[in-house]
Design a protein around this ligand. Structure first.
Ligand code: GRF
Length: 198
């Protein structure tokens, strides 16, 4: 079992999808060992508590360098023997030292079909607003490895989702989560954990 940490900042529906998949036996190679939140008030922490998973809050303070914050995060992950990291709505940019320490061991879920509507500034509802403004008929979600380029790492899995007449950013966001994100992230996590197990 690959000891896995999930990093969150908000509601944590993707974390919930991972926890549900684990409970259903769909993650035989990944043990969810730690949830780290950048925000003490994130509902994701309550989800972790209900599932009996170790929790930590680690926020970057304004007077801290990215490197110093990265060192604290690396130390926390090492303390828990973490081998694999999933970003599930984690809103802090990961410092380079963390990316280097966990090369090809950090996954992120992005709510579009990369390379569309991704990179700096494309997060949350903005992604779906941009997709609607461009008039695409298909959008979706992408799980990719994290490297130093925002949303630029190797793609692991993608799932397309239809844009429907009358969609608002909120409706589209919900459909992308239900039809793509909540299935794709647990499946990709299991795939990577399984690859790391051999
Ligand atoms: C999701 O849309 C995910 O794709 C993006 O952040 C959002 C997180 O939502 N990276 P939640 O906290 O998992 O509900």
């Amino acid at each position: 079992m690959i000891r896995t940490a999930v990093l969150v900042s908000g509601g944590g529906t993707n974390l919930q999808a991972i926890l549900d998949a684990a409970k259903a036996g769909a993650l035989p190679h990944a043990e969810i060992a730690l949830v780290v939140s950048s925000n003490a008030k994130a509902y994701a922490l309550t989800r972790a508590e209900k599932a009996g998973i170790a929790r930590a809050v680690l926020a970057k303070s304004s007077d801290e360098t990215p490197e110093a914050y990265g060192q604290r995060l690396i130390a926390l992950l090492r303390e828990h023997d973490i081998q694999l990291v999933a970003l599930a709505g984690f809103l802090t940019i990961l410092p380079e030292n963390v990316i280097r320490a966990f090369d090809h061991r950090i996954l992120n879920i992005h709510p579009s079909l990369i390379p569309s509507f991704c990179g700096k500034g494309f997060y949350g509802l903005r992604v779906h607003e941009a997709a609607l403004a461009r008039g695409v008929k298909l959008t979706g979600a992408t799980v990719h490895f994290v490297n130093e380029i925002p949303d630029g790492g190797d793609i692991i899995a993608q799932q397309a989702v239809a844009v429907l007449p009358g969609d608002t950013p909120e409706l589209l966001q919900r459909r992308v989560m239900e039809e793509a994100e909540w299935k794709l992230l647990p499946a990709a996590l299991e795939q990577v954990a399984s690859d790391l197990s051999v």
